[in-house]
Design a protein around this ligand. Structure first.
Ligand SMILES: [Zn+2]
Length: 252
């Protein structure tokens, strides 16, 4: 992802994790692989409801901190990026229903709910390891394999995607499916779909993708139209320029 977009989305979807109750206090962490090389990760010790673009930790292309202090679960994110060159973003959270399944030692086999087969597939369970350790990083990356999501025994969940938005929405789908699984269990257990239906739904899933976010500024935007001299400014850059202008104006 481009760095500006990654900073914006890490803040947006980090806050959404908090607002949805998928994390409490300082739980959870998000990261993105940058198109220009290296990574951005949410900082350690900061509630996901209080993130800001300028507070992200920057990692070099080897995953070593270049500025800021990344989440203590950064080694788990890095292990996933090393194992999966297709992954552009990683989201880790403790959503209550998915975490309940993980605490009960269960994954989500994906053969009960049509939507899950289409958009998420099977969700394996990674064996328990102490949080923030290399052991956890290795187990999560190897259990994730080629899947889009993995449950962490007695801990929580990880989802991945080409960008932060996709990884976040997979976490929403995972939590919704886990909640339905639990209710179905209370009613005597979900009835698995016939194998033929599962195969057909998997076929549908291959063409299923989250539509790209339309940019509301694109229509009539001089940058998108390639007009010479047109520039894009982040809010903090604009604030800095206005402050400089105000200082210069004050001296006259
Ligand atoms: Zn955690």
């Amino acid at each position: 992802m481009a760095e500006d977009a990654a900073r914006r989305d890490l803040v947006l979807y980090g806050r959404r994790l908090y607002e949805k109750g998928f994390v409490a206090a300082t739980d959870g962490n998000l990261s993105a692989r940058l198109a220009e090389g290296g990574f951005l990760a949410t900082p350690t010790g900061l509630p996901k409801g209080e993130l800001a673009e300028g507070l992200m930790a920057r990692l070099d292309s080897e995953g070593r901190p270049a500025s800021g202090k990344p989440s203590s679960e950064w080694p788990m994110h890095l292990a996933i990026y090393r194992a999966r060159p297709d992954v552009g973003a990683v989201v880790h959270a403790h959503p209550p229903f998915a975490t309940a399944l993980a605490c009960a030692g269960r994954g989500l086999d994906g053969a009960v709910l049509s939507e899950v087969i289409i958009s998420l597939g099977t969700v394996p369970l990674a064996p328990f390891a102490l949080p923030s350790t290399e052991g956890l990083a290795e187990r999560v990356a190897s259990s994730l394999g080629d899947h889009s999501a993995v449950l962490l025994a007695n801990h929580g969940a990880v989802t991945v995607g080409p960008d932060v938005r996709s990884a976040y929405y997979r976490m929403e789908t995972l939590e919704q499916a886990s909640r339905i699984q639990l209710y179905a269990d209370l009613l005597g257990g979900g009835r698995p779909l016939p194998e033929q239906a599962v195969q057909a739904l998997r076929g549908l899933g291959e063409g299923y993708a989250l539509a790209p976010l339309p940019c509301p500024a694109c229509e009539g935007c001089p940058v998108a139209a390639g007009e010479p001299g047109a520039v894009v400014l982040r809010r903090d850059e604009l604030a800095r320029l206005l402050a400089e202008f105000a200082r210069g104006h004050g001296r006259r």
